[in-house]
Structures are given as C-alpha cells and as structure tokens.
Design a protein around this ligand. Structure first.
Ligand SMILES: Nc1ncnc2c1ncn2[C@@H]1O[C@H](COP(=O)(O)OP(=O)(O)OP(=O)(O)O)[C@@H](O)[C@H]1O
Ligand SMILES: [Mg+2]
Length: 236
C-alpha cells in the first residue's frame, strides 16, 4: 500500500476497552482489553464464533453501551466525558444501525421507515422528501416506496433498513449480522450494496458476520475470539 500523505480521520477508537456483564460470581467478561481504531471510509468485517463478543463490540463502537473499563472515542469525543443527552446527540448524528432482523416499523411504508430518523430530528415530511427518495432510489426500491415491510422480501426489507441507516449520512454504520437472516444470494447482493454505499458516500462500515463471503469481500477483517481481538490487520 502506498504511504499516506495525511492520517485518515479516526471515526471510532477503543482504548483498553473491556466489558463485563452481570456482577460478582455471575460476571461474563465479554470483551477483554480491546484497543482498535476504525478510520474514515473503512469497510470492516468483524468475525468470530458465536458468543465471542461481536455484538458487544459493535454496541460499544456505536455508543449504545459503555465499557466497564477503558475508553471509547467516537468522532474524537471521549464518550465517558459526555452526559446522556450529549452522547445521544452525537450518536444520532454520527451512527446508523443495521440489524439481522431488519427492525423496521411494520405499520409504516418504506418511505416512512426511511423518513423516521429525519422525523426524529424535527424535519418535516415535505422538507425530507428529496433526501428520503434519493436513499430509497440508491437501495433500488423506488417502485416499492409505498409498500409496507410485510409486502417485501427479506432482502428488500434489509435494503429499507440500509436506506434508513444511511439517510442522515452518518460517518459510521454498524451492522450486526446483516446477512444472517438471508439466503446466500440475497446476502451477497446486500454485501454488494453496502460496499457500493461505502464507496459512493464514504460511509465507514463495521459489520459483524459469520459469512465467509463478507469476510472475503471486506477490505479489513477484525477477528475476535473469547472477547479478545486476534488481529486488526489491514489488507492493502
Ligand atoms: N446483556 C447481557 N448480559 C449478560 N451476558 C451477556 C449479555 N450480552 C451478551 N452477553 C454475553 O457476552 C458474551 C458475548 O456476547 P455477544 O452477544 O457480544 O457475542 P456475539 O459474538 O455477538 O455472538 P453471536 O454470534 O451469537 O451473535 C457472551 O458470552 C454472551 O452470553
Ligand atoms: Mg451477536
């Protein structure tokens, strides 16, 4: 890889982060002394066996959970130094989420599911319309924008979830097994879409997965086993 002129902007950085669930004799040490940096524009597969700490790590990166030891910096802000409101604002502005089971609102149309994060920001439907339709178009669902989630296939529902995660143009998207509930071919299409969005929008992606396909397509693989990172290797 050629040398870089400027250091890439760190999007999220963990320093000696550990996570213990429960107390005393029932403690589960889910993450152990994790130090890692994710830079702007990266596309990372987070791989490891079930129970290795992938979801826990994604939750810390996204600031929806906090470490029991160590620190997490999101967009250069030490999350432990922010109050709840400041942390919620930073998260709302900088992080989008994609889940294994899509988590769409079943009574809302495709349009309104994608509009939802903007509505929470106080944007009117009219003012948001162009941005919402643009995202729906990017994920290939323009013909279906009035449908409800139960009128779509699993892959299409995941496309809606991706549009919803991206509509605010967050710097970081964390995706927890986004292809885990899809057949291989549909999963492949979803990975292609995520890669496309990574390139088109410069969005940083960290994606937990059991999929060998995603592992092969990612530009960096972070391996986790029993709460410890095995490797933060960057593939040129
Ligand atoms: N809320 C919780 N309370 C107690 N233990 C938890 C909690 N959440 C996770 N754990 C434990 O922490 C460890 C890591 O869990 P985590 O969900 O991060 O693993 P994972 O790699 O995402 O697994 P999977 O591939 O099955 O989704 C596991 O031992 C799990 O049982
Ligand atoms: Mg998990």
């Amino acid at each position: 890889m050629s040398s870089r002129i400027a250091e890439p902007l760190p999007i999220v950085s963990l320093q000696g982060a550990s996570k213990r669930y429960g107390r005393e004799r029932n403690t589960v040490h889910a993450l152990k002394d994790v130090t890692a940096t994710v830079s702007r524009g990266e596309f990372i597969a987070l791989c490891g066996p079930s129970g290795s700490g992938k979801s826990t790590l994604l939750n810390l990166m996204a600031g929806i959970d906090s470490p029991t030891e160590g620190k997490v910096f999101l967009m250069n802000h030490d999350l432990s130094a922010l109050n709840d409101l400041q942390a919620a604002r930073l998260r709302a502005d900088s992080v989008g989420f994609v889940f294994q089971f899509f988590n769409l609102l079943p009574v809302l149309s495709v349009f309104d599911n994608v509009y939802y994060p903007l509505m929470l920001n106080g944007r009117s439907r009219g003012a948001a319309r162009e941005d919402v339709m643009e995202m729906i178009e990017k994920v290939g669902l323009i013909q279906h924008y009035t449908r409800r989630p139960d009128e779509l296939s699993g892959g299409q529902q995941q496309r809606v979830a991706i549009a919803r995660a991206l509509v605010k143009r967050p710097a970081l998207v964390v995706a927890d097994e986004p292809t885990g509930n899809l057949d291989t071919r549909t999963g492949h299409e979803i990975i292609e879409l995520l890669l496309e969005m990574n390139q088109a929008l410069q969005t940083t992606f960290v994606i937990s997965t059991h999929s060998p396909q995603l592992r092969d397509m990612a530009r960096r693989v972070i391996e986790i086993e029993d709460g410890r990172l095995k490797d933060g290797h960057v593939e040129a």
